[in-house]
Write a protein that binds this ligand. Structure first.
Ligand SMILES: Cc1cc2nc3c(=O)[nH]c(=O)nc-3n(C[C@H](O)[C@H](O)[C@H](O)COP(=O)(O)OP(=O)(O)OC[C@H]3O[C@@H](n4cnc5c(N)ncnc54)[C@H](O)[C@@H]3O)c2cc1C
Length: 379
């Protein structure tokens, strides 16, 4: 058993995975602060009041269905129930998360309606790496400090890649509306609705007029009653010291998008899902949390600051080569490469060739099949 006290901020899908990762490394003093009144974060499908408490604009629409398959979105040690469809509706995602919450026994460790409002290095940080959290107990309007050994800062607001906008567009095509949209998105219904003429793809908006909009390269106004912004989300970390807030310091880059290289005890503060993967979110945040937990129990080590910075420079060069704007795409990663990199650091990357001789069928699936998260539990 480790005597360290660990704090996890947020009981969304990332927070649940983080809790399990810490428990696996036998941390028995883990507290999860959640400012809303329920588990599951976005997937709790909160009403307007709770969304206000959470200060988040992210919302689900009645038709929201995961755009990542259930096998690609699962926790690595907890597949979705077999009878669920391959692409689950958001109500089933919530059900799955609640099943997982029960499995990992998180209930007694979650403090609902407790909001993290500050996070500073403790006075003994240089020696111990400990952090002092300031937490607001919403119901009793009480503010207290909690000194912990590591903190996982959950993302506060989800990053949008156009999915909300498209969910909204598809939702709107159910009654007799026509919708204009653009962007890179993942929705099967989108193509169908374009073919049917229910959605029209347009270029950027050049100008708003009193009764509509004028799109770029057009001179004629397109009449329009309502404009809905599906322009994405910004992550922000108001509780961190200003110098550690990625949203205030664009040049501040994190090692593997998780750790601050310049901190003396870099491994004690982990930001999860400050990243834009071309793949499911859940396995990534779970992997990041497993990495954090292993670092905290000394089962692996972060490289030196110099090597972390070199890695960050290489990552930056890759983004610049592959994307038009670094400032907009600096958190983009290749899903499989990123998962494998973390797995290698953690010593859980499956040794493919071993399976070629001992279990050729499994080897072939690992080699040629999709990168399912379960593979990082094999070795
Ligand atoms: C419409 C939509 C559809 C999506 N579809 C998919 C999909 O199909 N597949 C996929 O992989 N991803 C999808 N995503 C991304 C999705 O956000 C993530 O899968 C997931 O919700 C992220 O979980 P999380 O726990 O990191 O964040 P959240 O679910 O946002 O949970 C964060 C939790 O932290 C709490 N919190 C925040 N700040 C504090 C604080 N200061 N103190 C205490 N508690 C705090 C919040 O109340 C919240 O409960 C989608 C996102 C959106 C918006």
């Amino acid at each position: 058993m480790s005597g360290n006290r660990i704090a996890i901020i947020g009981a969304g899908q990332s927070g649940l995975g983080a809790f399990n990762a810490c428990r696996e490394q036998h941390f028995d003093d883990v507290v999860v602060y959640e400012r809303s009144d329920s588990l599951c974060g976005l997937w709790a499908n909160r009403d307007e009041t709770q969304r206000e408490v959470c200060n988040t604009g992210a919302r689900l629409l009645p038709n929201t269905t995961l755009n990542s398959s259930k096998e690609m979105s699962a926790y690595s040690d907890f597949p979705f129930p077999q009878h669920y469809p391959n692409y689950v509706h958001h109500t089933l995602m919530r059900e799955y998360l609640l099943l997982y919450a029960e499995r990992i026994g998180i209930k007694d460790n979650v403090k609902l309606r407790h909001e993290l409002i500050g996070c500073q290095q403790n006075t003994d940080y240089d020696r111990t790496g400990r952090w002092r959290l300031t937490v607001r107990d919403i119901d009793n309007n009480r503010v207290f400090d909690d000194v912990v050994d590591g903190v996982i800062g959950q993302r506060v607001v989800v990053l949008g890649v156009g999915n909300s906008g498209i969910d909204m567009a598809v939702e709107l095509t159910k009654p007799k509306h026509r919708v204009f949209s653009q962007g890179v998105v993942f929705s099967d219904d989108l193509a169908n609705n374009i073919i049917k003429g229910l959605i029209t793809m347009k270029s950027d908006i050049q100008e708003f007029t009193a009764t509509g909009v004028i799109f770029e390269d057009e001179t004629v106004e397109t009449p329009c009653d309502t404009v809905i912004y599906g322009t994405g989300y910004q992550q922000w970390y108001p509780y961190l010291p200003d110098e550690l807030r990625p949203e205030l310091n664009p040049s501040l880059k994190l090692y593997k998008h998780i750790f601050y290289p310049h901190l003396k005890h870099a491994h004690t503060l982990a930001i999860t899902f400050n990243i834009t993967p071309a793949g499911a979110a859940n396995p990534i945040t779970e992997q990041q949390s497993r990495y954090f937990a292993l670092l905290m129990v000394d089962r692996c080590r972060l490289p030196s600051e110099k090597r972390m910075l070199r890695h960050i420079r290489r990552q930056k060069a890759w983004v610049i080569r592959h994307y038009p704007r670094y400032d907009k795409h600096s958190t983009h990663v290749r899903y499989i490469k990123y998962m494998d990199e973390l797995a290698r650091e953690m010593g859980v990357k499956p040794r493919l060739w071993n399976y070629a001789f001992t279990d050729p069928k499994l080897w072939w699936r690992l080699y040629a099949g999709p990168c399912v998260p379960y593979q990082y539990r094999l070795d």
